[in-house]
Design a binder for this molecule. Structure first.
Ligand code: CMP
Length: 149
C-alpha cells in the first residue's frame, strides 16, 4: 500500500516590500517562491500608510529601528501574499534567509537581492499563529475564499 503523506498544509504571509517593488523584482522573487513549492492563495498590491505600517509592526514598537522600518514600509507599494505549503512558515523563512542580508545563506532570496535592514526585500511570518493574524491584517474573508471555489 502506498504511504500517505499526513503533513498538513500550512499558510504563511509574505510581503514583497517596497524595495522589491522599486527594484522591479516582483516577478523574479515570486518565481523563486513558486519554484520552491509554495502555492499563491491570495495576492494584492497595496500601499501602507505610516499608521498601518506601525500597526502591522506594533510588536517592534520601542525598538531603535521602528521609525526607520515603518517609514520604509510606508514609502511605496508592497505586495502581501498568502502562501500555502506543508511546513510553510519554517520553509519560507529558510527560503528568504536571515533578517540581515549580510548574514543570509547563499541561495536565499535576501542574499540574492537585499541590501541591509530594514531593506530586506521580503517579509515572512515567524509562526503559524502570527501568520493567521498577519493574513487577516491584509485580506478580508471574501478575498481569502476566492481561491477555494
Ligand atoms: P521582517 O521580516 O519584516 O520583520 C521585522 C523587520 O524589521 C525586518 O524584516 C526588517 O525589515 C526590520 N529590522 C529588523 N532588525 C532591524 C535592524 N536591526 N535594523 C533595521 N531594521 C531591522
Amino acid at each position: 500500500m502506498p504511504k500517505r503523506n499526513l503533513m498538513a498544509l500550512e499558510q504563511t504571509l509574505a510581503i514583497l516590500k517596497p524595495d522589491c517593488v522599486k527594484k522591479e523584482l516582483i516577478g523574479e522573487v515570486l518565481k523563486r517562491i513558486q519554484d520552491a513549492g509554495f502555492s499563491v492563495n491570495a495576492l494584492k498590491m497595496t500601499r501602507l500608510s505610516k499608521q498601518t505600517a506601525c500597526g502591522f509592526y506594533a510588536v517592534h514598537e520601542g525598538k531603535p529601528f521602528f521609525e526607520l522600518l515603518t517609514d520604509f514600509m510606508s514609502s511605496g507599494s508592497c505586495v502581501p501574499i498568502v502562501l500555502e505549503k506543508e511546513n510553510a512558515v519554517a520553509d519560507f523563512r529558510k527560503l528568504i534567509g536571515a533578517t540581515n542580508p549580510a548574514e543570509a545563506e547563499e541561495g536565499t532570496i535576501r542574499k540574492a537581492f537585499a541590501d541591509s535592514p530594514p531593506h530586506n526585500i521580503v517579509h515572512g511570518s515567524d509562526s503559524a499563529e502570527n501568520a493567521k493574524k498577519e493574513i487577516t491584517f491584509f485580506f478580508t474573508q471574501q478575498e481569502l475564499l476566492i481561491n477555494q471555489g
